[in-house]
Design a protein around this ligand. Structure first.
Ligand code: VGL
Ligand code: ZN
Length: 257
């Protein structure tokens, strides 16, 4: 099972991988449900995903997540918040106030929602532009009113640095700074991470990707996740499966009745 070094010892790095990936996962599984960005702006506000090509309706995740929270005894439930200041880099309306990198195909004055630009930085940063959304403390940043908030829940706030976007609840898009999430999951002995919420092809997808990188057994719950563009949702699914993450329906989650 293990390679040994010249003294006959197991390589500690390899053992750590085996411990985290297999031994604890098999012997002491502990689960976290991540509820990503189930906030008003993504459901009925400025970035309502129903206006996007996939035509998904964000509020459909609410009963699905509530059913999971009320039925299954997760060891912890985490709610993430997209949590932007007004001068955030991802807002199309802020593009003209920023310096573009020479490689950017679109300049700041003509840039609009949906464009991808390259800001000068440093570091040069590619950014898809969005409408103003999830301003810290605004109605749009609040969780949907019908969402059940589990007892002892953890809240994670991301995207607060004006200079860098953060789709994932673990890291910003340049992987420069990390949220508290990994630390909080580690301190609770979490092995299994279930991902739900909005948007499938952005914040949920990136969170699941980083969860795999952090070596959690990562499960995306398809019917509790909604997204923006069908083609990007498919790419997200293919990528996650290629990383040995699994995509299931709620009824297949252990403990579901
Ligand atoms: C998200 C676009 C911009 C998301 C956040 O939660 O998926 N998408 N900010
Ligand atoms: Zn955002």
């Amino acid at each position: 099972l293990f390679d040994v070094n010249k003294d006959g010892f197991i390589d500690p790095a390899e053992f750590k991988v085996c411990w985290m990936k297999w031994i604890t996962v098999v012997c002491w599984p502990r689960s976290a449900l991540l509820v990503i960005d189930v906030q008003n702006d993504f459901i009925s506000g400025s970035l309502a995903i129903c206006h996007c090509p996939a035509g998904h309706r964000g509020e459909e995740v609410v009963p699905a997540v509530n059913h999971l929270v009320n039925t299954i005894k997760f060891n912890v439930v985490v709610y993430s918040f997209d949590w932007h200041p007004e001068n955030h880099i991802s807002f199309a309306s802020n593009a003209r106030m920023r310096q573009m990198h020479p490689s950017s195909k679109i300049d700041g004055d003509t840039a609009t929602v949906g464009d991808t630009v390259v800001f000068a930085g440093p570091p040069a940063t590619e950014q898809k532009l969005w409408p103003v959304h999830c301003i810290q403390g605004s109605w749009g940043s609040e969780l949907h009113k019908d969402l059940t908030v589990a007892e002892g829940a953890i809240f994670v706030y991301k995207g607060s640095n004006p200079e860098i976007d953060s789709y994932s609840a673990f890291w910003d898009n340049n992987k420069v700074s990390e949220t508290e999430l990994h630390h909080m999951l580690q301190s609770r002995g979490i092995t299994d991470v279930y991902c739900t919420g909005i948007a499938y092809d952005y914040c949920v997808g990136f969170t699941a990707k980083h969860s795999v990188e952090k070596m959690y057994r990562t499960i995306l719950i398809d019917d509790a996740t909604r997204g923006i563009a069908m083609e990007d949702i498919r790419k997200t699914q293919d990528f996650l499966r290629s990383q040995h993450s699994v995509i299931v329906q709620s009824e297949k989650v252990p403990g579901m009745v």
